[in-house]
Design a protein around this ligand. Structure first.
Ligand SMILES: [Fe+2]
Length: 146
């Protein structure tokens, strides 16, 4: 399924009774992915998350990330029913308006990821490392922006 919002390239892969959610939802106590990267959009992310929550309640959901909120052990599997009931950002029928407000306010407080500059440059090349005019691997670092 095409599930943009975190980035314009995000997808969820549904295979049998399992869905690999990419960067949409996190575990119920983790909430959702940030939506402030290039091409990201909180309203679009909400719509994509609704597609995931429309899958059968018993569908197993496998996370792309887990940060172990509040010091708990890392987990990677939950269900649609658990997310619908307990996700701290979208559970309990959270409205799109409330989600967009929360996501936008939260994203404004998040730091830029440490590896965002190399990640973007490599991801935009589907895993290829950019090169200089002589073919040497080369990453660019802006001096007076960001
Ligand atoms: Fe991501």
């Amino acid at each position: 399924m095409y599930t943009p919002g975190h980035t314009p390239a995000c997808m969820v892969h549904v295979i049998g009774d399992a869905a690999f959610v990419g960067d949409t939802l996190f575990m119920p106590d983790g909430g959702s992915a940030r939506a402030d990267f290039p091409g990201g959009d909180a309203a679009t992310l909400y719509d994509s998350i609704q597609k995931v929550l429309a899958l059968p309640d018993a569908m197993r959901l496998f996370m792309c990330h887990d940060y172990g909120p509040n010091g708990r052990e890392i987990r990677w599997e939950t269900t649609v029913a658990e997310e619908k009931a307990h996700n701290i950002h979208v559970g309990g029928g959270t409205s799109k308006q409330d989600f967009v407000r929360m996501r936008t306010e939260r994203d404004a407080q998040l730091d830029m990821p440490k590896l965002i500059l190399p990640s973007l440059q490599v991801n935009m090349r589907a895993g290829g490392v950019p090169t200089d005019s002589d073919g040497n691997p080369m990453l660019k670092v802006p001096v007076n922006t960001l």
